[in-house]
Design a protein around this ligand. Sequence first.
Ligand SMILES: [Zn+2]
Length: 179
Amino acid sequence: MALLEILTFPDPRLAKKAKPVDVVTPATTQLIEDMFETMYEAEGVGLAAPQVGVLERIIVVDCGKREAEEERPLQPKEPYAIVNPVVVEKDGKLVWEEGCLSVPGYTDEVERAATVRVEGLDKHGNPISIEAEGLLAVCLQHEIDHLEGVLFVDRLSRLKSSMVKKKLKKRALEEAATA
Ligand SMILES: [Zn+2]
């Protein structure tokens, strides 16, 4: 197991489209284990491979703990790893205050589908199908966006998105200068 470096905006790799995984190999499974470790260490609820510099279609999510804190007591840990995830059904609308490990220090409300069904492969290459609502549905859509090079700040209104990205770029430059 290894902790991976999480890329932050405006790293250009976060804006790239990830490639499908042809075959799930032991290296894929290892990457997934490392992504989980990295996500838990950073106290995130989801992570996509491009966020750790790997342009492959792999995501991990675990909204169990966070939901337990916020709304549902005794919700167990609920980790999902999905290779080549695709949203095959979606319904309704839901607005959620989102954040992202690649956009530290900023959250904003994003509108997404309220329920989704996502299909893909598990960490061993077996087909899986997940029906999700609430935070898990938000998480899955947010992580799948990363595979298209899309960040949650890209989902804001055009004006707000460009303002926020400008501010975040400026802050990243200032942080790089003082580091
Ligand atoms: Zn994210």
